[in-house]
Design a protein around this ligand. Structure first.
Ligand code: TLP
Length: 378
């Protein structure tokens, strides 16, 4: 039996329709601009998000990286949330490759940052000691706040602060369409205030590979050059872009609308887990109120919590029951719902979690008894 794999939505496999489209894709050399399927994907993404142009890249990390390279000169600085993926989870690409420093601000439980703090974080360009602020970045959905979708209003207000200071706003929209679906807004409305947006095809949209960056024609030209520098200029890559075109179809033929099922499944999972003895709230911005896990915090496809006992033993006991979750920062556990996970899988996960915690508790008691006996023997 296949495991119920909730480690991430990156584990999704392409749909039969995607595999067919991939096999039949018309291709060409994309570095020459000759791949019609890649061109169609880039145009579709730009049209959906209301931007002039798009660029297909290998990953979300590459999308963020080429965006930073296109926006920034070496020695400039980025203002971003402290727990943003591009700050803490991209192997310091901003420093190593882009040559930029980061001025990071603590996020709030809704995944936003304080706008007065953002305004205050801009450097003084007339002072030769200081780096020059060149970019403001945000994440949508915001992963470390349990996948909160960030509103159009906040994005517009953040963009206004950035633009008042003459710098662009980049949105790491790895799960941009989860935010679109959760907020019930048009993709172009949510992308509108930003100068560039990266979104991943390879997460909830279930494609095997790839992300798309969108922005102005001029920005995309610079991002394309940066992609080449990174070795990301690929050739007959329409075989991958074809899956993206399926994912971005309107209505039930595509993968966007379907994300609502993942959100409902995540809520169902949190409701079930909240009643399991030994499960507690994540205890940071993911859910600041301590105590019981609050299913109301689940707005998209992330469920984050802590276990009262040994986390490693719990995750192992869960895996032996065919359910995979992942260790998350601050002692947390993360479960992510996605394409291929059904309400029945969610119910099986809740049952397996209850059993795994009971086993972890028994092991803990046994270890404590052995420990006490060892102490007594000395
Ligand atoms: N996130 C992955 C891991 O890297 C943590 C996951 O399983 O959630 N931005 C955000 C907000 C992301 O969550 C991720 C990937 C990326 C960018 C990078 O995307 P990839 O993995 O395609 O480089």
């Amino acid at each position: 039996m296949l495991p119920i794999d909730l480690r991430s939505d990156t584990v999704t496999k392409p749909s039969p329709e995607m595999r067919r489209a991939m096999a039949e894709a018309e291709v060409g050399d994309d570095v020459f601009g000759d791949d019609p399927t890649v061109n169609a994907l880039e145009e579709r993404a730009a049209e959906l998000l209301g931007k002039e142009a798009g660029l297909f890249v290998a990953s979300g990390t590459m999308g963020n990286l080429v965006s930073q390279m296109a926006h920034l000169a070496r020695g400039q600085e980025i203002i971003a949330g402290r727990q943003n993926h591009l700050v803490i989870d991209e192997a310091a690409g901003h420093a190593v490759v882009v040559g930029a420093s980061v001025r990071s601000l603590a996020e709030k439980p809704d995944g936003t940052v304080d706008l007065a703090e953002v305004a205050d974080a801009f450097r003084d360009p007339s002072d030769p000691h200081e780096p020059i602020t060149g970019l403001v970045a945000m994440e949508n959905t915001h992963a470390h706040s349990m996948g909160q979708p960030v509103s159009v209003e906040f994005t517009a207000r953040l963009a206004a602060v950035a633009h008042e200071h003459g710098v662009p706003l980049h949105v790491d929209g790895a799960r941009f369409f989860d935010a679109v679906v959760a907020l019930g807004v048009r993709p172009a409305a949510l992308a509108g205030p930003a100068d560039s947006v990266t979104f991943c095809l390879s997460k909830g949209l279930a494609c095997p590979v790839g992300s798309v960056v969108v922005g102005s024609r001029n920005f995309i030209w610079r991002a394309r050059r940066a992609r080449k520098l990174l070795g990301g200029g690929m050739r007959q890559v329409g075989v991958l872009a074809a899956a993206g075109l399926v994912a971005l179809r309107d209505g039930p033929a595509g993968m966007i609308e379907r994300l609502a099922e993942d959100h409902a499944n995540a809520r169902r999972l949190a409701e079930g887990l909240a009643d399991v003895a030994g499960i507690v709230s994540p205890g940071d911005i993911a859910q600041p109120t301590p105590g019981r896990l609050d299913p109301g915090r689940v707005r998209t496809n992330f469920v984050v919590f802590r276990v009262e006992r040994n986390r490693a033993a719990f995750l192992e006991a869960l895996a032996t029951r065919g359910v995979l979750m992942v260790a998350y920062p601050h002692g947390q556990v993360r479960a992510v719902t996605h394409y291929g996970i059904s309400p029945a899988d969610v119910d099986a996960t809740i049952a397996a979690t209850r059993e795994a915690l009971a086993e972890t508790a028994r092991l803990g008691t046994a270890a404590a008894t052995v420990g006490a006996a060892t102490v007594a023997a000395h």
